[in-house]
Design a protein around this ligand. Structure first.
Ligand SMILES: NC(=O)c1ccc[n+]([C@@H]2O[C@H](COP(=O)([O-])OP(=O)(O)OC[C@H]3O[C@@H](n4cnc5c(N)ncnc54)[C@H](OP(=O)(O)O)[C@@H]3O)[C@@H](O)[C@H]2O)c1
Length: 335
C-alpha cells in the first residue's frame, strides 16, 4: 500500500510517499481502507518533533512511528476478534494519534472509531475526530458547560474553534467568538451570538464576563482568564513559555483552569456524529487536497489560520481544490 513515511524529524519536505506493507490486525483493532484524512496541528508537531518534550512520547532522536497522520474516514476491511460495534463494510471515522492514518490502509483501535452518519461524505467525517473531540471535551467534559451559560471561545474559526462554537450553541450556551475580522461572517454563520475581532479589539483588555473561557489559540494569560471568566480551559498554546506561565499561575491560584490532552473514544465520536446527523454541527472544509499533496496540506495549515478544516482524499483526487477560491457558497462546502 502507499503511505507517507518519515525516518527523521523535519518539515513536510521530509515526507516520502512509498510502498509499505499493510499493517497487521490486532484483536481489538479494525483495518480501514482510508478514503479521506484531515490535517491537524498535531501532525506537524509530531513531524517536526516540536515542542521538544513531545519527543519523549514520539521518539527522542528519531520518530518511533514511521507513518504520519491521525484523522481518517474510510470503509472497514477487517475487524479484530474482540471488536463488537463495528463490522466489515461499515463506513467509519476515527483517529490514531500514534500515527498511521496517512496511508491507503490504517489499523486503529476500535474504541477510537465510530460509524459515520448516513449521507455525510468521507472528507467531512475525516475532519471531525481530533478537532471535534477536542472541542467537545473542552466544553463539556472539562468546561462543564451548562445550558444558558455564557462562553468565550478564543480562536473560534479554526478546526477546534469552529466545532466549539457550534457545540456550545447545541448545548444551549450563549457564545462570544474571537477571530480575525475576515472571519466575522463565518463564525456568525456557525451561530456565534457576539464576535470580537482580535485585530480590532485587544482581547487582553476586553472586560466582558463569562461563565467559561475556552482558549484554542493559546495566547490568553492567567490574568485574562481570571478577569473574564469563572472557569477556563486551555486547549492550545502559542509558546512553551506562555503555557508554563499559565500553568504555574494555576498551581498558586484558586481559579479553576484546566489544561488537557483530548482523548478520542467511540462515545464522544458518536455524540459528534449525532450532532452532525441532526444538522446541529456543520463541518466546514476550506480546502481539499489529493493524497499525494499531503505535505502541501500540512504546509498550509502550519500558518494556523485555517478556516474550519483541511481534508485530503485518497480516491478520485488529482489536484487540490480550493473551495473558497472557486467562489463556492458557504453552504456548498458545509454539511
Ligand atoms: N489540548 C488538546 O488536546 C488539543 C487538541 C487539538 C488541538 N490542540 C491545539 O489547539 C490549537 C488549535 O488547533 P486547531 O486545529 O483549531 O488549529 P487551526 O485550525 O489552525 O486554528 C487556529 C485558529 O487560531 C486563530 N487565531 C490565530 N491568531 C489568533 C489570535 N491572535 N487570537 C485568536 N485567534 C487566533 C485562527 O483564526 P484566524 O484565521 O481568524 O486568525 C484560527 O482559526 C493548536 O495549538 C493545537 O495544537 C490541542
Amino acid at each position: 500500500m502507499k503511505a507517507f513515511t518519515k525516518t527523521k524529524y523535519g518539515g513536510p519536505e521530509i515526507l516520502q510517499l512509498e510502498e509499505v506493507e499493510r499493517p497487521s490486525l490486532k484483536d481489538d483493532h479494525i483495518l480501514v481502507k482510508v478514503i479521506a484524512n484531515s490535517a491537524n496541528p498535531a501532525d506537524w508537531h509530531i513531524l517536526r518533533g516540536k515542542p521538544f518534550f513531545a519527543r519523549f512520547s514520539f521518539g527522542l532522536f528519531k520518530p518511533k512511528d514511521k507513518i504520519l497522520g491521525a484523522d481518517f474516514a474510510g470503509t472497514v476491511e477487517e475487524v479484530g476478534n474482540y471488536v463488537e460495534h463495528i463490522k466489515v463494510g461499515d463506513r467509519v471515522f476515527g483517529e490514531t494519534l500514534k500515527g498511521g492514518a496517512f496511508a491507503e490502509y490504517t489499523c486503529a483501535p476500535a474504541n477510537v472509531c465510530a460509524i459515520m452518519p448516513e449521507g455525510i461524505d468521507f472528507p467531512k467525517m475525516a475532519s471531525v475526530p481530533v478537532a471535534g473531540v477536542t472541542a467537545l471535551q473542552a466544553l463539556i467534559t472539562h468546561g462543564q458547560l451548562k445550558e444558558g451559560e455564557s462562553v468565550l471561545i478564543n480562536g473560534s474559526s479554526g478546526g477546534v474553534g469552529h466545532f466549539a462554537v457550534q457545540i456550545a450553541k447545541a448545548y444551549g450556551a450563549k457564545v462570544t467568538a474571537v477571530c480575525s475580522s475576515k472571519n466575522i461572517g463565518f463564525v456568525k454563520t456557525l451561530g456565534a451570538d457576539q464576535v470580537i475581532a482580535y485585530d480590532k479589539e485587544n482581547i487582553h483588555q476586553h472586560d466582558g464576563k463569562y461563565n467559561l473561557i475556552i482558549d484554542t489559540h493559546g495566547n490568553l494569560s492567567h490574568k485574562d482568564y481570571k478577569r473574564m471568566g469563572q472557569r477556563g480551559v486551555m486547549v492550545g498554546f502559542t509558546t512553551l513559555g506562555h503555557m508554563i506561565s499559565v500553568l504555574l499561575n494555576t498551581t498558586i491560584s484558586k481559579f479553576p483552569l484546566t489544561q488537557f490532552t483530548a482523548e478520542a473514544n467511540t462515545k464522544d465520536l458518536e455524540t459528534l456524529a449525532t450532532l452532525i446527523q441532526d444538522r446541529k454541527i456543520k463541518v466546514h472544509i476550506e480546502k481539499i487536497y489529493s493524497f499525494n499533496e499531503i505535505p502541501e496540506a500540512l504546509r498550509y495549515i502550519e500558518a494556523m489560520h485555517t478556516k474550519g478544516k483541511v481534508a485530503m482524499i485518497w480516491e478520485s483526487a488529482d489536484s487540490s481544490r480550493d473551495i473558497d477560491n472557486e467562489k463556492k457558497t458557504e453552504t456548498a462546502n458545509i454539511v
